[in-house]
Design a protein around this ligand. Structure first.
Ligand code: NAI
Length: 351
């Protein structure tokens, strides 16, 4: 089963370890180092079987190559999965042991792979990993890192929404524009503030209704049930929770002009981008609009950018999107295809 998955993969290398003392499977996927060391987060998760963890790492590391290339940062694509029987509690000895053993594996690749936080991992975990390897981004500021990348992601998404609105209407002015944010967590909640400041009307939805209420109250917005997001009328639908929200089942029911949000892997199938296009809904490719997180990490921790440079590069996400929309129209392709093409061209130019 492992062989089949690996033979079909077009990446550079995968490190696989079954770590007997912690009984964790560790998969490190180095998809591409053409643009720089393979960078991407560490996902800590329970899988039905180890193959599912490997499948995730192969898919996610390839997606990171595209994200880094589109973001224009000097990194290639990588990802890691720690497939565990049960996710150890934050701060527990068990978690610390797992992270230190994993950090030794990262270190053994000598910087070919650089890790960061992902699902179920955060800055305190990166601090632990940093005890054993320097090839880690997103440690807490107390430990010399740039901390949580969510503020960068949220600001990048905000710029992306403005540009997408500009492409559709001719003006980036968001005054009175209705934006439905699905998931007001680390990114969505901050996005609500940016939108509110720009004069937009925020509609918040969250699987945790109290969260949605809190955000809506703060920004003078309204709330919609998590179950009622698809089909709710709005100008912009901003998925900021889970992936696979754009499918053959949901797209016909969307009542928006734009889809532009932070969630990873928004399309159920690559072909679903064509369904959005047929419906005249402009889709901001997820890995382009949500690249603020990697820009935050690379800019502050690797490239030594100051605040002004960071602001300019996050605003640059909006400019990249405008370019993609023009390409898509000119070439008669979807915006998702235009993004993939841009990423592939940037990688090929350096290969
Ligand atoms: P988070 O876990 O802080 O927030 C997610 C929120 O969505 C939570 O409030 C949760 O209750 C809610 N939620 C979950 N399922 C839902 C559903 N079906 N309907 C409505 N709400 C639901 O996550 P975070 O960090 O804000 O990330 C959001 C998305 O953006 C994820 O897909 C993540 O992969 C992606 N992303 C995040 C980045 C970051 O810097 N945090 C960077 C790039 C992508």
């Amino acid at each position: 089963m492992f062989e089949e998955l690996l033979e079909r993969w077009d990446g550079e290398q995968v490190a696989v370890r079954y770590d007997e003392p912690t009984r964790a499977w560790m998969f490190l996927g180095v998809h591409s180092t053409v643009l720089g060391p393979a960078m991407g987060g560490t996902r800590l998760k329970t899988y039905r079987q180890p193959e599912d963890g490997l499948r995730d790492v192969l898919r996610l590391s390839a997606a990171m190559s595209y994200k880094q290339a589109a973001a224009g940062v000097p990194y290639g694509g990588g990802k890691a999965v720690l497939a565990v029987a049960a996710v150890p509690a934050p701060g527990s000895t068990e978690r610390r042991t797992l992270l230190l053993r994993y950090a030794a594996l990262v270190e053994s690749l000598h910087g070919t792979y650089v890790t960061a936080a992902d699902m179920n991992t955060a800055a305190p975990d990166m601090d632990v990993i940093g005890e054993r390897t320097t090839h880690v981004l997103g440690r807490s500021p107390d430990h010399g890192g740039a901390g949580d990348p969510a503020p960068g992601t949220a600001l990048g998404v905000f710029h992306g929404i403005r540009s997408t609105w500009q492409h559709v209407t001719g003006s980036p002015d968001l005054t009175g524009v209705t934006v439905l944010i699905q998931g007001v967590g680390s990114v969505g909640d901050r996005l609500a503030d940016h939108l509110h400041e720009a004069g937009a009307d925020v509609i918040a939805a969250d699987a945790d209704p109290a969260r949605a209420e809190k955000t809506a109250e703060r920004v003078g917005g309204s709330v919609v049930d998590a179950d009622g997001v698809i089909g709710a009328t709005c100008d912009v639908y901003a998925p900021c929770a889970t992936g696979a929200v754009l499918t053959a089942a949901t797209i016909p029911r969307l009542a928006c002009r734009i889809v532009a949000g932070a969630a990873n892997n928004q399309l159920g199938e690559p072909g679903d981008a064509a369904l959005l296009r047929q419906r005249g809904i402009l889709y901001a490719p997820d890995y382009v609009i949500n690249a603020g997180g990697v820009i935050h990490l690379a800019g502050y921790e690797t490239l030594g950018w100051d605040e002004a440079m960071m602001q300019a590069r996050l605003a640059g996400i909006g400019e990249t999107l405008l370019g993609l929309y023009e390409t898509a129209e000119r070439e008669g392709i979807t915006t998702a295809e235009a993004a993939d093409r841009l990423a592939r061209e940037r990688i090929a130019a350096r290969a």
